[in-house]
Design a protein around this ligand. Sequence first.
Ligand SMILES: [Fe+2]
Length: 173
Amino acid sequence: MVGNPPVLMAPVVQCFHRSSKETLQMNALDLLKEDHQNVSELLDQIEQFDEIGQIKRLFRKIRQQLDTHAYIEETVFYLALKDKPPTQALISQSLDDHREMRVLLAGIAQTSDPVEVNEKLRALVEVIENHVKREERDLFPKVREVFTPEELDELGERLESARGSAPGLRAVA
Ligand SMILES: [Fe+2]
């Protein structure tokens, strides 16, 4: 007899219950910049590989991160900026980046031809570099003008929560 059954742990839920004193929480812009940085590092890494199996394995991770990033930007960040006119043209450019990125991701996933993978990866790197540059240099300063620091913190929390329901998390088998 072992007494009462143990209380079930729920680690996934627990990680969203951060105390307000903890400094883990990032504001929206820092969080998105960290995403950009992480994916840029993975893209640098994949460019060093020349074995197709290795490339495809790392590609799956990159795809997951990009799908998740695009999802949280589209469902939370860009939506929050919907009524902020100074950001609109930049957001529609970012949405174009996401469309282009998704076409390339799907194309890379569908082939194992090293030449084709290589070409599409190069195009992907270019799209992501431009996306990152445009958002960090042009969009984020405008976002800082239209939101208070508190609103940016709150937006950061919402972006973090949205990660949990991103389709990219299920896309990687
Ligand atoms: Fe972004």
